[in-house]
Design a binder for this molecule. Structure first.
Ligand code: PRP
Ligand code: URA
Length: 212
């Protein structure tokens, strides 16, 4: 598919290698969790590329020098439960001062519509750069609903980080929120009749937590 301007496909070799292992049905829960954590960190590195810097000076053991430090808004990391939780720690290693909010959604298996069961966000969400994280972007219903909750609580700058996306999910999020920048590591072929991404990796929550 032609990528809209607000979608970044992260085709870095390390990322692609890790996604391949993640997809493999033989990859167990422990390694799966490690890979999701590592991919989230690499995705955050890419997604923070546009962060603002300010000039400052530091004194090295040799001399004083001009240098730059982060100067933009603080960050909120918002996982969509359950699977998004697997991405939080990797991002927090890069951005330890970030606050974490949680949005609980599950997809009704029949209608594929997102059902909300929890939402707790940092009070100052409107002042923060939001990173909404969920490894899977399938129909896009969960991400679009989460973006709606975030907007209703005042969030303004939102980035969505999803490891694997279906074209349908990207189109749905772009239609609902074209100002949200979407970062993905792979755009797969299509959704199957159960709303699963093909080839995808199966059910991300079950593979992370060993359920089913
Ligand atoms: C998965 C996934 C996303 C959603 C994607 O969660 O983690 O949140 O499906 O599908 P969509 O784009 O069609 O909305 P699921 O509903 O399986 O819940 P879980 O993480 O609690 O298992
Ligand atoms: N949720 C998942 O975990 N996997 C899919 O392929 C689609 C939705």
């Amino acid at each position: 598919m032609d990528l809209p301007p607000n979608v970044t496909l992260i085709d870095h070799p390390l990322v692609q290698h890790k996604v391949s292992i993640l997809r493999d049905e033989r990859t167990g829960a422990k390694e799966f969790r490690e890979l999701v954590r590592e991919l989230a960190m690499l995705m955050a590195y890419e997604a923070t590329r546009g962060f603002q810097l300010a000039e400052t000076t530091v004194k090295t053991p040799i001399t004083e020098t001009a240098t730059r430090v982060l100067a933009g808004k603080k960050v909120a990391v918002i996982p969509i439960l359950r699977a998004g939780l697997g991405m939080v720690d990797g991002i927090m290693e890069l951005l330890p001062a970030a606050k974490v909010g949680h949005i609980g959604l599950y997809r009704d298996p029949t209608t594929l519509q997102p059902v909300e069961y929890y939402c707790k966000l940092p009070e100052d969400i409107g002042e923060r750069d939001v990173m909404l994280v969920d490894p899977m972007l399938a129909t896009g219903g969960s991400a679009a609903a989460a973006i709606g909750f975030l907007r209703a609580r005042g969030a303004r700058t939102i980035r969505l980080l999803s490891v694997i996306a279906a074209p349908e999910g990207i189109e749905a999020v772009c239609a609902a929120a074209s100002d949200v920048h979407v970062y993905v590591c792979a755009i797969d072929s299509h959704l199957n009749e159960h709303g699963y991404i093909v080839p995808g990796l199966g059910d991300a929550g079950d593979r992370l937590y060993g359920t089913r």
